[in-house]
Design a protein around this ligand. Structure first.
Ligand code: NDP
Length: 303
């Protein structure tokens, strides 16, 4: 893919990168439509009225339409039973106009999240959370990959070209970011270390990283002197902290100002990894659609 060089300085501009990904997706969607009469479709299911989730779902729906895909929104009341939700998923699994299905998390407490994720057809699982996709990724096979680590991988490849032989440290081992990130880096021939709460001497582990991906949820935890000079730092963390005047602001898990003086490149928060997550949801929907129809997948949008 011909993604524009976004790294004029040490700052990796995730907003611009995400816009490029969306343009690339939109071009491919237009081609699918004109050459094959196919329009990729993404169904987003929201249960309940969580305001943050409503904003995410609105943004996803808008960006889906902007790339020329069809968006199917299913807003269900907070009292929806698990059986009704599973019945909806069965209908979406069987609907040929739907190529991607996303159930917005968190779900209300009376619903078993694992059971719901397991009910999504793995071929339409654009969040990459179904155990089949987790297993395929873990065994180095073609999978649908969780959006946030996929976005990080795209930015790393754009910045560094081949990742072969580089030392990568992933701090955090959650199922949605840390673990799949480590698998993707391993697949790209990095030497991967996964650090977590019990890791000893985290600073020293980080200092060995050519690539440092941090997904912890602790503001400014990674200090400037933990960074290897010239390293590429991807900060996944999103933390809201108190700011002056009783306001709040978003910061990452990395002490940005100190790290930017040492790193070769670094993603800011906000404006780094965040915008890439929805862009990768759209690219996963396109990938799922191409696979469903046995058509070639677009370059640069998959792992
Ligand atoms: P989780 O809470 O699921 O996982 C956090 C991980 O950090 C755990 O593996 C935990 O280790 C590890 N950890 C916690 N404290 C320490 C510590 N002191 N030292 C080393 N490791 C530690 O979080 P997520 O992965 O879901 O999210 C991480 C961050 O990324 C959050 O800020 C979240 O908001 C953000 N995020 C951003 C996204 C985006 O689009 N940009 C998308 C998803 C998440 P252990 O396993 O041992 O408990």
């Amino acid at each position: 893919m011909n993604i524009r060089e976004t790294t004029l300085s040490a700052r990796i501009d995730g907003k611009a990168f995400a816009a490029d990904v969306r343009t690339h997706v939109a071009d491919h969607v237009a081609e699918l439509n004109s050459e094959h009469g196919i329009t990729p479709g993404l169904a987003v299911v929201l249960v309940g009225e969580d305001p943050a989730s409503e904003v995410y779902v609105r943004n996803k729906a808008r960006q889906t339409r902007e790339t020329g895909m069809t968006g199917f929104e299913h807003k269900l009341s907070a009292e929806t039973s698990q059986a009704d939700l599973l019945a909806l998923l069965a209908r979406l699994n069987a609907d040929p106009a739907v190529h991607g299905i996303l159930v917005q998390l968190p779900l209300p407490r009376h619903i078993d999240t694992e059971a719901v994720l397991a009910a999504i057809d793995p071929a339409k699982d654009v969040d990459g959370f179904h155990i089949s996709n987790v297993g395929l990724l873990g065994t180095g096979q073609k999978a649908l990959v969780p959006c946030t680590p996929l976005g990080c991988l795209m930015m790393l490849r754009d910045r560094l070209g081949s990742l072969k032989g580089l030392n990568a440290v992933v701090v955090g081992r959650s199922n949605i970011v840390g673990r799949p990130m480590a698998q993707l880096l391993l697949r790209d021939d990095c030497t991967v270390t996964v650090a977590h709460r019990h890791s000893r001497d985290l600073a020293e582990i980080c200092r060995g990283a050519d690539i440092l991906v941090v997904a912890v949820g602790r503001p400014g935890m990674i200090k400037g002197d933990w960074i290897k000079p010239g390293a590429t730092v991807i900060d996944v963390g999103i933390n809201r902290i108190e700011a002056e005047g009783g306001k709040t602001r978003l910061v990452g898990d990395v002490d940005f100002d100190a790290a930017a003086r040492v790193a070769g490149a670094i993603t800011p928060v906000p404006g780094g990894v965040g915008p890439m997550t929805i862009a990768c949801l759209l690219s996963n929907t396109l990938t799922a659609c191409c696979r469903a129809h046995g058509l070639p997948e677009p370059d640069g949008l998959t792992a």
